[in-house]
Write a protein that binds this ligand. Sequence first.
Ligand code: A3P
Length: 288
Amino acid sequence: MDRMEVTETFAGISLPGHLHTEESLRFASSFQFQDTDVVIVTYPKSGTTWMQEILTLIYSKGDLEPAKTIPNWARAPWLEHTYFKDMLQETSGPRLITTHLPCQVLAPALRKSKAKVIYMARNPKDVAVSFYHFHKMARFLPDPGSFEDFLVRFLEGTVQYGSWFDHVKGWLSQRAELDLFYITYEDLHQELGRSVERLADWLGCPLQPEESRAIQQHCSFSSMRENTMVNYTLIPCEIMDHSRGRFMRKGIVGDWRDHFTPVQNMHFHKIYQEEMQDSSLRFRGLMD
Ligand code: A3P
């Protein structure tokens, strides 16, 4: 398989070379957004796939056909991935675009358009846990070592995709500059129906009650876990080793409690306070 061991460095962060090349990253950073584009921005493992599914179904008005027949990466392709150009040509209507790139790379281009940006964040302790498990199955990511070692690198921001803190702070600093909708993984967990309806209204695509109900049903963890168009089982084992875990792993809030020792928890909070001191962000499930 191509470039499985390669790491690309871009804008000061490391990215898997299997998905990113110098050319694909240059293309992404000079991309011309259209006013009708809808861009899903996340740090990895924050519920990106969930949001891709919800947006697909908002635009299809609850019709399950696209969600059940087209893989998520073709419905809402990743701007920075090598295949993006080809996928985008096939898209009609408002283009759904996904990205994990940091704000300093994309915000200047986004500010030149009226594109809508959805920033989805997740409690960073659960992100660290989910990311750790994902490293074990994703062969294009380095061996994570022990959870303890991985957590140190996550807090330092030296993991692939860079610092969670910089990603969240950077993008949320653009709230006044961009047409940006901020939502968390925990919001979706707590109030899926209300979150879907708020998103649909903001996108100018209000839903009928039965459409909203169909979306909620289809976007439950159990239903998405069985949908081969989003559960990544279409990806061959040479790229994602399905014997080492499932992409749709647990889908819960607070899984960190099964992974963090009290000392790791205290250390995490110390770093969190230092990094986020000026921020009003609160994540359900972050504290005990
Ligand atoms: P876990 O590893 O904690 O289970 P991303 O799509 O950004 O890579 O995020 C993947 C995480 O979102 C995984 O978390 C996955 O299980 C979770 N997820 C995906 N769809 C979900 C859903 N419908 N409900 C709850 N969690 C979901």
